[in-house]
Design a protein around this ligand. Structure first.
Ligand code: CP
Length: 399
């Protein structure tokens, strides 16, 4: 059913993880061409010398965590960092279920969401997470900003940082834009909320969190006690527009770091130009691949990145690669269907399939808040332990 690719221990080849053509466009309100070479791929594995290097002078709690100053790529975390985010997110998920889910952890901190590309769930989820942690939240709207008057990305970032912002949550259509922002930011932490075709780290984290939660519940166990061992040997099938998907890249890095096996299923035109160094298999027949999957991660055709010209027709794409009701019958008992959203019902997923209990799309959205609370806590607010956060929330409830 599949073409087996080498599975080297080396991480993803950065050259194939970025679309040079989509890298920062100097004309689109980004700084002059000297700020970044659009043809130079960003090394998602770099730490030393990268904007994510902690540096020896930074003794802040976040610098002592298993990841650096910023969250730009899943590769910043590794298995240990992912496990830590999931562990802390379990605590925040528990807080989320309380009548008053607010804790004072980030009181006095200011978080800005800078979305240069559309979003519903990521922006609202980060803003909800920051508010639950008592941070002040500033929502930057490109359409109503001085970007429209020609202000560059660099000047925009420096202007916002000058207001004393502690965290910049950045989405941009150009691969590498958050990395560049991290180089400019002097004190603020930078979180990648999706950059071009490159990565969407918090999406992959919430996907892993959700899959573990479902598996733990089925086993009658508390997800917090399961650890990340549950991912060892898990078979993840990622289906759809891999070529243009930042979610696919982050999921691939996250799931394989945790010991899962990842298979990609897509027409050749929607695979990256090179998969060299990707520790994945490729399935050329979705029907044959489905019975072997524990998790099916469906991806939307990224029309905004020109995917329409990579398939003959939507009808033909759906006929070969859409998860229809007939195809669901091929899945093994207990298979889990995930989708990062937004879904396009009737194209990559049939409308009635999206509403099946095995499709955990809404649960992913719910968990996104707890996972993003964990990321903000680990980057900004970890003065105390997460247990202290829980206790402070309980004290607040009794006030
Ligand atoms: N999954 C995701 O990134 O959705 P939004 O584009 O709505 O943020």
């Amino acid at each position: 059913m599949s073409v087996t690719r080498d599975a080297p221990a080396t991480p993803i080849d950065p050259a194939s993880s970025l679309d040079p053509a989509s890298s920062i466009d100097p004309a689109s309100s980004i700084d002059p061409p000297s700020s970044i070479d659009p043809t130079a791929p960003i090394d998602p594995t770099a730490t030393v010398g990268s904007p994510n290097a902690s540096g020896t002078s930074d003794d802040s709690p976040s610098a002592r965590r298993p990841f650096g100053r910023h969250l730009l790529s899943i590769a910043d975390l590794g298995a240990e960092g992912i496990a830590e985010v999931l562990r802390v997110a379990e605590t925040f998920a528990e807080i989320e279920r309380r009548p008053n889910p607010k804790v004072p952890t980030l009181r006095g901190k200011a978080v800005a969401t800078l979305f240069f590309e559309e979003s519903t769930r990521t922006r609202l989820s980060f803003e909800t997470a920051a508010k639950r942690l008592s941070a002040d939240v500033l929502s930057f709207s490109v359409a109503n900003s001085s970007v429209k008057k020609g202000e560059s990305l660099r000047d925009t970032i420096e202007t916002i940082e000058a207001m004393g912002i502690d965290a910049l949550i950045v989405r941009h259509s150009s691969s590498g834009a958050p990395h560049q922002v991290a180089r400019w930011a002097e004190r603020a932490r930078v979180i990648n909320a999706g950059d071009g075709w490159h990565e969407h780290p918090t999406q992959a984290l919430l996907d892993c969190f959700t899959v573990r939660q479902v598996l733990a519940e089925r086993a009658g166990r508390d997800p917090a006690t399961v650890g990340v061992g549950v991912f060892a040997g898990l078979r993840v099938l990622i289906v759809g527009d891999i070529r243009h998907s930042r979610v696919a890249r982050s999921e691939m890095l996250a799931y394989t770091a945790l010991g899962a096996t990842v298979t990609l299923a897509a027409p050749g035109s929607l695979l990256p130009p090179s998969l060299e160094g990707w520790p994945v298999e490729v399935a050329d027949d979705l029907d044959a691949a489905l019975p072997h999957a524990d998790v099916v991660s469906l991806l939307r055709l990224q029309a905004e990145r020109g995917s329409g010209s990579f398939v003959p027709t939507l009808r033909e794409y759906t006929a070969h690669w859409g998860l229809t009701r007939d195809r669901v019958a091929r899945l093994a008992d207990g298979a889990i269907i995930t989708h990062p959203g937004p879904m396009v019902r009737g194209v990559e997923i049939a409308g009635d399939v999206a509403d099946l209990p095995m499709a955990v799309v809404t649960r992913q959205v719910t968990n996104g808040v707890a996972v993003r609370m964990a990321v903000l806590f680990l980057l900004l607010g970890a003065e105390g332990s997460v247990d202290q956060v829980v206790a402070s929330g309980e004290a607040k409830e009794t006030e």
